[in-house]
Structure formats: C-alpha cells, structure tokens
Design a protein around this ligand. Structure first.
Ligand code: COA
Ligand code: AMP
Length: 628
C-alpha cells in the first residue's frame, strides 16, 4: 500500500474510490448513486443504498460463523465485575431490547436519549436503536441535568434510557435524581423512561413513578429483526460544544459512516478482524461511538468496555493490566490519560508487571499531545504512540497515518497527514492558501468524505454559519494548524471559544452564560488556560456590579458551584478572579486571547486595537495577587 497514492485516488477519483470502499461492507441494497448533493448542495453519500449498521456489527458475523467469538469484554474495577459477551449473546440482548422498544411504540425516525455509564447495556441500547432505525443520542454520564434538558428539548426523544447509577472511583453517582430533575425542567415530555437497575445499593428511594425496568422489558419482549434503512438515515445525534452556549446536534448518517469506519479500522488502525481493539473513551464522546462501538464491531474486533480511570482503579497500572489480560493489539486514548499515568508512575514500575507482547500500537487523539508524554511512552511502553486528529463532526480521523503495512513515519508533535478523503488546506483570514510553516486555519475542501456530519439537527442555518460560510466550498474546522514541507500537519489549537479539558470538549461561551447569570456579576470572560495534566482548564475573569457587597472568595465559590451544577464536574472550572475591568478593543470586544496569554504568563504583543493599554498592567497585578 502506498499511502500517498491512496490519498491521491481518494481526491482525484472520489466516487470510484469510495465505491470500492463501500464494497467492504454488507448492504441490503448496494448504492448505484455514490455521491450526490442535497437541496443545499451539501454532499450525500450512497443515497440509494440500504443497510443496517446493527446487522454489520452483530448479525453478519454470526451468519459468517463467528457467533461464538467474544464481541464485548466488560471490565469494571470500580464495581469489581468482569463479563464477556459473544456475538450470539450480544444479539440476544440487543434484539430483545429492540423488540422492547418496538413494543413501546418506537419506530424508525424516532429519537431516544441514552444517559448511561460505561456498562454493556449502553452499547446494547445504542445497537438496539440502530436495529430498528431509532436515532440515538448518547449523553455523557458526567453531564448535569441542564445538559440533558437542552438535548431533550432539541431532539424530543420518545424514550430516555438510563441506569440507576454511575461510579466514579469509589463514589456512586445516582442518575435518577438527575433524570427526574431534567424531566421536570424540560419542555418536551418524554414518553418512556427505561432504567437499568445496577443494584449497587438499595436505591428504591431514588425511583420515581412511571419508570420501565430495562431487564423486565428485555425478558418479556420478542426479538426484533434489523430493518433496512437508507444510507442517509440518521444513525445518531451527538451534541458537541460550539461557539454559543447551546450545543450543536451533529447528525451522523448510516452508510457513509459504516464505510468510513471499516476503512479506518483497516488502514488507519491496521487491525485485523478477530483482534482485540480498545478505545478507552466514554460512550458519550465521538470516540466512544466510533471506536468503542461501531468501528471495532463492524470489523469483527473484540471491543472493551472499561468502567474505571487510568489511575486509582486501583493504580496507574490498570491500562497495562487490561492490555495484557485481554491481549489488546491496538489501543486508543486521550493524551491526558497517559499524562495522568506518567505522573503516578514516572519510572514505569507498574508497566513492568505486565506482559504487553500482544500490544502493537497506541493511538492518541482528543487534544494536543506534548512531546514529554510521547517520550515517556517510548521509554516505558515501547510501542509506537501515534497521534491523530479528528472531531465529533468528522466521526473518524481526518489527520493521521496509514499504519496498515507499517510503512509509516511518525513526526513527533504532528497529528499526521491528511487521511484519504480529506482535502485539507491551511488558509489565511482572506482565503489564501498558506505556504509550509505558516500558521493559519485548517479547512477542508468539500465534499467531505463518507461518514462526516450530515448537518446540525433541525438547524441548517447554524450548520451553514458554523462550518460552511467562512470560505465558500470549504468546511471550517475551528482549528489552527501549520503544515510542513512533507505534508505533515501540526495542530496549534482552537481558534474559537471551544476548549479541551482532559479530552472533554467544552464551550467557554456556555460557561460565560452561567457565570454572567450570577446576580453580582456585571460581565465576565472565561478562557482556557494551559494545564500540565488536563491540557487546558477554564478560568473566569469577572467584573462585579458597582456597589456589590459580595467578597471575592464568595463570588468565586458561587461561580464554581454554578458551573458544576449546570454543566457537570467535568467542566472543571475551579478559578474565578475578580478584576476591575476586562481588556477590550475600541469597539468593545473582550480581548480573550490577551487574558489567556497573561494568565499563561506567555509573551504577548499589545493588540493594536486595545482600548486602554493600562489595563494590561492592572490585570497582571491582579493575577499575581490571585496566584499568591
Ligand atoms: N460521571 C460523573 N462525574 C464524572 C464523570 C462521569 N462519567 N467523568 C468525570 N467526572 C467528574 C470527576 O469525578 C471529577 O469530579 P471531581 O472534580 O469532583 O473530582 C471531574 O468530573 C473531572 O473529571 P476529569 O477531568 O475527567 O478527571 P478525572 O481525574 O476524573 O479523570 C481522566 C481523568 C484522564 C481519566 C479523564 O479525564 C479521561 O478519561 N479523559 C479522556 C476523555 C476522552 O476519552 N475523550 C475522548 C477523546 S479520546
Ligand atoms: P471532539 O469533537 O470532542 O473530538 O474535539 C475535537 C477537537 O479536539 C478538535 O477540533 C481539536 O481542537 C481537538 N483535537 C482532537 N484531536 C487532536 C489532536 N490529535 N491534536 C490536537 N488537538 C486535537
């Protein structure tokens, strides 16, 4: 395989290239039409093709004689449980749960919200929806009720599927009080709430009226078959942070996605069917969808559901224990997880306890990976650590390396080269393509390849303005980047209000909306500052209303609590500093980048548009006082 030739073919003869790739999966009706445009001139792949992704993940492997292969391994150090499911067993669970959903009246095109922890029933629920054409929306279990409300009101689910609790190391997180609150606050009324009772403690007092027991529903239901859906039928919605307070419901198709994932498993991750592949991400993120569920199962890999943390469950050797115990060949995690392990086990003592002889490659994504972490990995683990770049919107890697035949070359600090299908360019503000080594905006020439987003749920205007209106004919990624003379790309970070906290994508605008709602706050700016462990953490600079009697300590405490209550603990806003005024341009725009640079104590240039230069010194003094 020559990666450069493959890339060239994917750009110069797209339809032929992606027709060939589509043959790698099983269709109920193979598409005649490979690429066409929707009414807004946005590309649609395989429009007249028909398939079912649950069939590709489960039933097809059984038909091929692999029913007794382990499909799923559940390993939960936090509850001291381990369990495996073969493809046959998974089919039994999924088809009966799908039958249960049908018996409740759910049908193709309806939506269902899944708010669950890292347990097999979450995966079953996703695939059960896919089996009957119900569009799922998985909500990260660490989000607070407000986040659930936003999603319920936007996608109007017929059913909400949840569990009694999640477990954070030793802390039980009861979900039902959160669900009850969300249901109370949501304008849309959900018809059915299905609860998987984990029976971790006596939780009867947490139950509320009208809940449907997951296990009972499965037991009493007849299995449902996979229905045939159009390639462009939405498989799921996944909400992600944008530049306003309201998350965007990214719509994923079925046929393009299945094709792209099959391609990824083979060429990017280089995994053979039958191997164990582990993406240690929560189901609530894009990685969890694409590479804990759909990608590995389509490729007939055994996937691992890990309920725990890389450290403290019970120690920083837990990743290596799992890799060794289940003979994992390929793993995917966020650099923050490796940084956490490195901090606990700097000399790699825990690594030595395990046999990692089956381990071939480590993939990293979700945030920038620092070279010190790569060095630690190389010294102590000894398998290649391969950075690659993508977004919820793409659903699969856009930058990376084609590792199928091991003929790839890693350049440290680079997220790799454009993946076939992604015609990536670096543009300046005026839409001119930049030369090598110049920093600019990473943009992608349309059409995006199969699997990338179909749009934003019920909001075409926002879809156009978020991604397509900046440069006509191109997708705007929101990331800055530099390309070198060999075509390797280095991501320099977001160019908007999105930040990445421990691999979790969050919006500073959303946090600003919450902080501004404090009765004593006149205005505020929330920025992402550098953090050694989490990559970035949010920091709030607030101006109090004139005459407000509140103390700086109290307002900080309130803000921390409010963000935790509204978004969830993952937002990790732990610092709020009171300032007399915020630096602004003469036209009144807050200079957030300047605030961030000052907080990071980095060199800065005084923006030419600044209203009053004196404010820089004022803020620097305040930072010194705050940090003292
Ligand atoms: N449910 C409830 N609370 C949760 C949660 C969940 N699912 N996940 C995290 N939280 C809480 C944590 O308990 C913590 O609470 P605290 O401040 O009260 O202690 C807070 O949110 C911050 O969590 P986090 O930043 O995730 O730190 P952590 O120490 O719990 O975990 C990592 C560290 C590295 C394991 C974790 O951040 C991680 O796995 N990140 C990778 C994310 C990822 O996979 N992204 C996808 C791209 S690859
Ligand atoms: P998400 O949609 O949650 O996957 O987050 C996508 C964002 O994470 C991207 O727009 C980048 O800003 C960041 N990101 C993802 N992967 C990488 C990477 N390998 N290097 C740098 N940033 C990354």
């Amino acid at each position: 395989m020559d990666a450069d030739i493959l890339f060239k073919q994917s750009i110069e003869d797209k339809e032929r290239f992606w027709k060939e790739q589509a043959k790698e999966i099983d269709w109920f009706q193979f598409p005649e039409q490979i690429l066409c445009q929707d009414k807004n001139d946005y590309p649609q792949w395989y429009a007249d093709g028909k398939l079912n992704i649950c069939h590709l993940c489960i039933d097809r492997h059984i038909e091929d004689g692999y029913g007794e292969q382990t499909a799923i391994i559940y390993d939960s150090p936090v509850t001291d449980q381990k369990k495996t499911y073969t493809f046959n067993q998974a089919k039994e669970e999924i088809s009966k749960f799908a039958g249960g959903l049908v018996s409740l009246g759910l049908k193709k095109g309806d939506t269902a919200v899944i708010y669950m922890p890292m347990i097999p029933q979450t995966l079953f629920a996703m695939l059960a929806c896919a089996r009957i054409g119900v569009i799922h929306n998985v909500v990260f279990g660490g989000f607070a009720p407000h986040e659930l409300v936003v999603r319920i009101d936007d996608c109007k689910p017929k059913a909400l599927i949840t569990a009694t609790a999640g477990v954070e190391i030793a802390r039980r997180i009861p979900y039902l009080p959160l669900v009850e609150k969300a249901i109370e606050l949501a304008q849309d009324k959900v018809d059915h709430i299905i609860v998987y009772n984990r029976q971790l403690v006596d939780n009867q007092h947490e139950m509320f009226e009208g809940l449907i027991d997951y296990e009972e529903l499965v037991q009493k239901s007849e299995p449902a078959d996979c229905i045939s859906v159009e390639s462009t039928h939405p498989l799921y919605l996944l909400y992600t942070s944008g530049t306003t307070g309201k998350p965007k419901g990214i719509v994923r198709d079925t046929g393009g996605y299945a094709t792209a994932l099959k391609f990824s498993m083979k060429y990017i991750y280089g995994v053979e069917p039958g191997e164990t592949y582990w993406a240690a991400s929560d189901f609530g993120w894009a990685v969890g969808h694409s590479f804990s569920v759909y990608g590995p199962l389509i490729n007939r890999n055994t996937t691992i559901i890990f309920e725990g943390k890389p450290i403290m469950t019970p120690d920083a050797g837990t990743f290596w224990r799992i890799i060794s115990e289940y003979k994992v060949s390929t793993m995917f995690t966020a650099p923050t997880a490796i940084r956490a392990i490195k901090k606990e086990d700097p000399n790699g003592e825990l690594v030595k306890k395990y046999d990692l002889s089956h381990f071939k490659k480590q993939f990293l994504a979700g945030e920038r990976c620092d070279v010190a972490t790569l060095d630690w990995f190389a010294e102590h683990i000894g398998v290649p650590a391969i950075d690659h770049w993508w977004q919820t919107e793409s659903g699969w890697p856009m930058l990376g390396l084609m590792t199928l035949d091991d003929q790839y070359k890693i350049k440290r600090a680079s997220a790799g080269k454009p993946i076939p299908g992604y015609d990536i360019k670096i543009f300046d503000e005026n839409g001119y393509e930049l030369d090598a080594h110049q920093e600019g905006y990473l943009i992608i020439k349309l059409p995006l390849p199969p699997g990338a987003l179909l749009g934003i749920w019920n909001d075409n205007e926002r879809f156009q303005s978020s991604y397509l209106s900046q440069y006509k004919g191109y997708y705007f990624s929101g990331d800055g980047a530099i390309q070198d003379e060999d075509g390797y790309i280095f991501i320099t970070g977001r160019v908007d209000d999105v930040i990445n906290v421990a691999g979790h994508r969050l919006s500073t605008s959303e946090m600003e909306e919450i902080v501004s709602s404090h009765p004593d706050v006149a205005e505020c700016a929330v920025v992402g500052i550098d953090d050694e462990l989490k990559g970035q953490i949010p920091f709030a600079a607030v101006v109090l209303k004139n005459g407000s009697p509140i103390t700086e300590k109290d307002v900080e405490k309130d803000i921390i609590r409010m963000v935790r209550e509204k978004i969830g603990a993952v937002a990790f806003l732990k610092n709020a500093m009171v300032v007399k005024r915020l630096p602004k341009t003469r036209s009144g725009k807050i200079l957030r980048k300047l605030i961030r640079t000052l907080l990071d104590r980095k060199d800065f240039q005084i923006p030419s548009t600044i209203d009053d230069e004196k404010i820089i010194e004022e803020i620097q003094e305040k930072i010194n006082e705050y940090r003292a």
